[in-house]
Write a protein of this length. Structure first.
Length: 122
């Protein structure tokens, strides 16, 4: 809804919370506001000063709720295994005993192994 939609005899939702009102008259107040005189559902007169941001926020909320609606239908499915891999330490392949492993290079090797594994997986 735009501010231009607020005109006499229009029925507008959002001027009062959870209520639709009928516009009796509307005076523009600059480019971002309209001063409507409205009639509430019970027939009593009312006057509120909605701004353009109010309607923009309502439109954004409506759009976001529509975007979220399909996500309510998301279900969890069982995992499907597409393959497997064995990761064997280089020291084991080289036949090194734990005493022969250089501890300083161990973390550098681990970083390299993790990098290669990520490349293969992704």
């Amino acid at each position: 809804m735009n501010l231009q939609d607020i005109k006499p005899s229009a029925r507008i939702k959002g001027i009062l919370p959870n209520e639709t009102v009928q516009i009796v008259s509307a005076q523009p107040r600059g480019e971002t506001a309209v001063e409507p005189v409205n009639r509430n559902n019970d027939g009593t007169p009312g006057q509120q000063l909605p701004c353009a941001d109010t309607f923009e926020l309502e439109l954004r909320q409506k759009k976001r709720l529509e975007e979220l609606a399909p996500e309510r239908k998301i279900t969890v499915m069982p995992s499907v295994v597409l393959g497997g891999a064995w990761i064997i330490p280089r020291s084991m392949l080289l036949g090194l005993s734990p005493d022969q492993i250089n501890q300083e290079n161990l973390s550098a090797n681990r970083d390299e192994i993790e990098r290669i594994a990520r490349e293969i997986i992704l």
